[in-house]
Design a protein. Structure first.
Lengths: 151, 288
């Protein structure tokens, strides 16, 4: 029996919009995939794009960054800064060999519980199709020098 | 002695004699006939200065050692630097980031025929379309004829890599990063890398370990490319400094190209402009 590949997805949700949106999805009893690990942050501008790189290198198969719609940021401008940063980081990650589809940046408001569920479901299906990200596969030091460490 | 060297020495001598600056940063020849940076503080030493095609450092990097006042109530030292067109863009970058003040710097600019490494013309210089600096105090014309390439082939190697599959690109970069020995020569050679504490050495938060694993090295290089987004001037001092010949300029040029396409922004055009990632336009909708 072959088991289906279950992707690990790290999602950074802004406290004021997307996290509340995820909460609404929960209280409205809309189901969405359990593959996402939610990290609550104050604002999408708080998420250093290096968090995303680190998540990928530490074994995430996909990363979602969700924030308030442009113009709706609790701190007025955080999502505008985030938008510029991710536009660049996305291209850089794609160039270094992480598929463009593995990072998803979008805006989800507190009232969009249904949309949150849709977005997460779509993204999870997408990653499941792509398969696991093998950033650590060529890590010869880990394989050769630390054989006794159970991986 | 070439006409160019004569002019460089004359300019340096004048600045030091008139006490306009206290130090001129340029190049000199070492005992083995290679070039090294020279810090001239006396007018009579000015005839040590030279320029030739092997001068591929970014001397603006050394301004970081002279950007602070040496003591209470003492002025920031004034410095003259020998700069190529790409180095002048670093000057503008540092001014826009409030690191240096233009009035403390004198620029001895040169029109650049391109530099070489190991006897070969450098790739970045073959692609360079800017041969006259955007700013200077003294401009010295090159002895050699200057050939400017056509615009189409500047990003040829980047475009080729973009046509590869993601797996191929990942394999390529993992192979290249595997060579990295984490000596941080790229960081030291870069005028844009001036943080007192680099993310790669920070302990709290502990971003990355000091291990020589490929993921750690990949993190360092991706981090560096991202931190230079909108700040890299393309002088390629990092790649020239790299002892393992990692093609670092490909990462930086890829980011620079995307930024040029997305924001029509080129680093170092205007010293008054805010840094790209420190501002935003509320009307822009980018593909993130």
């Amino acid at each position: 029996m072959t088991t289906q590949f279950e992707p690990k997805i790290v999602s950074f949700l802004c406290n004021w919009c997307s996290y509340a949106g995820a909460d609404l999805a929960g209280t409205s009893r809309i189901s969405y995939p359990q593959n996402i690990r939610i990290i609550r942050v104050p604002c999408s501008g708080r998420i250093d794009p290096l968090f995303v790189v680190k998540a990928f290198l530490d074994g995430a198969d996909g990363v979602m960054v969700l924030g308030c719609h442009p113009g709706d940021c609790h701190y007025q401008q955080g999502n505008y800064y985030a938008q510029r940063r991710y536009a660049i980081m996305h291209k850089l990650l794609e160039f270094t060999g992480v598929e463009f589809e593995r990072l998803y940046v979008d805006w989800v408001s507190a009232s969009e519980g249904k949309r949150f569920a849709t977005v997460v479901t779509r993204f999870t299906d997408q990653i499941r199709e792509l398969g696991p990200l093998k950033l650590n596969e060529n890590n010869k030091y880990l394989k050769e020098k630390l054989p006794e460490v159970a991986l | 002695m070439t006409k160019m060297n004569k002019q460089i020495r004359a300019a340096a001598e004048k600045y030091l004699k008139d006490s306009i600056v206290s130090c001129v940063i340029g190049y000199e020849e070492d005992s083995r006939g290679r070039i090294r940076p020279a810090f001239i503080e006396d007018a009579k030493d000015a005839d040590r200065l030279i320029w030739n095609a092997t001068c591929n450092l970014n001397l603006v990097n050394y301004l970081h050692q002279r950007k602070l006042s040496p003591g209470k109530d003492q002025p920031v030292p004034k410095t003259a630097v020998l700069v190529r067109p790409c180095d002048v863009r670093s000057i503008n970058l540092l001014i826009s980031e409030q690191q240096i003040k233009r009035e403390n710097i004198k620029l001895i600019g040169i029109t650049c025929p391109g530099t070489e490494i190991n006897g070969q013309p450098r790739t970045i210089c073959q692609f360079c379309m800017e041969r006259t600096p955007v700013d200077w105090d003294v401009l010295i014309d090159s002895d050699q004829p200057i050939e400017i390439p056509s615009a189409e082939d500047i990003y040829e190697d980047i475009k080729e890599m973009e046509n590869w599959t993601p797996a191929e690109r990942l394999a390529y970069w993992q192979k290249e990063f595997d060579n990295c020995i984490r000596c941080y020569a790229c960081r030291l050679a870069c005028p844009g890398c001036y943080c007192y504490e680099c993310v790669s050495e920070q302990v709290d938060p502990h971003w990355t370990s000091i291990a020589l694993d490929v993921p750690e090295k990949m993190f360092f290089h991706v981090m560096r490319a991202y931190h230079l987004a909108g700040r890299c001037v393309g002088c390629d001092a990092c790649e020239a400094a790299c002892p393992m010949n990692i093609p670092l300029s490909r990462l930086n040029r890829k980011v620079a190209r995307e930024i040029l396409e997305m924001f029509n922004y080129k680093t170092g055009d205007d010293p008054e402009e805010a840094p790209l990632l420190a501002c935003f336009d509320p009307h822009e909708r980018l593909r993130t």
